[in-house]
Design a protein around this ligand. Structure first.
Ligand SMILES: [Fe+2]
Ligand SMILES: [Fe+2]
Length: 135
């Protein structure tokens, strides 16, 4: 079973953002599967690297759309992005130095963060972008 079920409740109505969110959900589910399978930490580190890289790409897409459309709440939204990136990089460094290992708690943190952020901040952003004619 997937950690995060992708369904319409997670779509925000802007294709590019929805596709990227779907991809992020798949990557996090993939990390969960590796953990359940008891795969080596080197494999999980690689998947986490990919998640961090893709998250950076996704945040840049949203932040560019905010800039282009004068989004009034961009500072708070960007701050949320920064907090997640900082936390993920901290975790990545700990994993690489062998100080910790990937746990269900970590995965639940990623899951919670993504779902809350999409359902709250990203939906709010999308509503604004749609009102500006972005599809
Ligand atoms: Fe966002
Ligand atoms: Fe997002």
């Amino acid at each position: 079973m997937s950690l995060i079920a992708w369904d319409d409740s997670l779509t925000v109505g802007i294709n590019e953002i929805d596709e990227q969110h779907h991809k992020l959900v798949q990557l996090i589910n993939g990390l969960h599967n590796h953990m359940l399978a008891g795969d080596a930490s080197t494999i999980m580190n690689k998947v986490l690297d990919r998640i961090i890289e893709y998250t950076g790409f996704h945040f840049a897409t949203e932040e560019q759309l905010m800039l282009e459309n004068d989004y009034p709440d961009s500072i708070a939204h960007k701050q949320q992005h920064k907090e997640l990136v900082d936390t993920a990089i901290e975790l990545q460094e700990k994993l690489k130095s062998g100080n910790t290992h990937l746990t269900m708690e970590t995965l639940h943190f990623l899951q919670d963060w993504l779902q809350h952020h999409i359902l709250g901040s990203d939906k709010k952003l999308a509503k604004y972008l749609i009102s500006k004619g972005v599809e």
